[in-house]
Design a protein around this ligand. Structure first.
Ligand code: HEC
Ligand code: HEC
Ligand code: HEC
Length: 123
């Protein structure tokens, strides 16, 4: 016949194992970041999906273009002019580093060193 003791022990271990991420995080799977979006504009430099995964490369490209070839070329979003610049573009729309950049970066544990030199918005 069945050994109900072993089955119950097995079941308890199984339940503990599959629920591990839940009780290990005190009942939730960790706060998913909710970056605060700009209120005055609807469009980013590139489509949102691309920005989400490629903003680091875009920033690197801008830096290289500005520093190596002096190309700060203006571009237009929704009729307004912006420069290739962290402070004079990104931060003019994303006005809070804490409520925007940091929400994601803290979640994935990256801390870009850019702000050692570049001015973060005063908050
Ligand atoms: C003209 C204003 C404007 C500028 C300049 C701008 N953004 Fe955005 N950005 C937005 C808006 C508006 C959204 C949200 C678009 C949407 O709702 O789909 C956004 C979305 C994003 C996202 C995606 C957020 C998410 O939750 O997926 C990232 C990352 C981002 N921007 C980073 C940057 C960086 C880095 C720069 C500078 C290289 C920059 N943005 C420049 C307005 C701007
Ligand atoms: C939607 C979430 C999200 C937002 C908002 C966001 N980032 Fe990021 N960022 C990431 C992720 C995820 C990585 C790590 C990517 C990786 O490791 O490949 C990252 C990496 C970076 C890096 C490269 C860091 C490194 O050490 O490799 C830079 C630079 C950067 N982000 C700048 C910014 C700036 C500036 C802003 C605000 C204007 C911003 N990001 C907003 C998600 C975001
Ligand atoms: C050691 C100091 C330092 C660090 C760290 C640094 N930068 Fe810079 N960055 C500069 C200087 C200086 C310039 C030239 C400023 C100018 O000529 O307008 C510059 C220019 C730039 C530019 C083009 C001009 C502008 O106004 O934004 C971009 C984009 C840029 N950096 C992005 C980054 C990013 C992204 C990081 C982090 C991954 C970073 N920088 C880290 C010093 C630094």
């Amino acid at each position: 016949m069945y050994d109900s003791g072993k089955i119950i022990t097995g079941l308890i271990i199984f339940v503990l194992l599959i629920s591990f991420p839940i009780w290990y995080n005190h009942g939730d799977a960790g706060e998913v970041p909710k970056p605060e979006m700009p209120k005055n504009s609807k469009q980013c430099v590139l489509p949102t999906i691309e920005m989400r995964s490629n903003h680091m490369q875009l920033l690197d490209e801008w830096r290289d273009e500005v520093l190596r070839t002096g190309d700060r070329a203006y571009f237009e979003i929704e009729g307004k002019q912006y420069q290739k610049s962290l402070q004079n573009a990104c931060i003019t729309c994303h006005t809070s580093k804490k409520k925007f950049c940091d929400t994601c970066h803290t979640y994935v544990s990256v801390s870009p060193y850019c702000w050692d030199c570049h001015l973060a918005p005063v908050e």
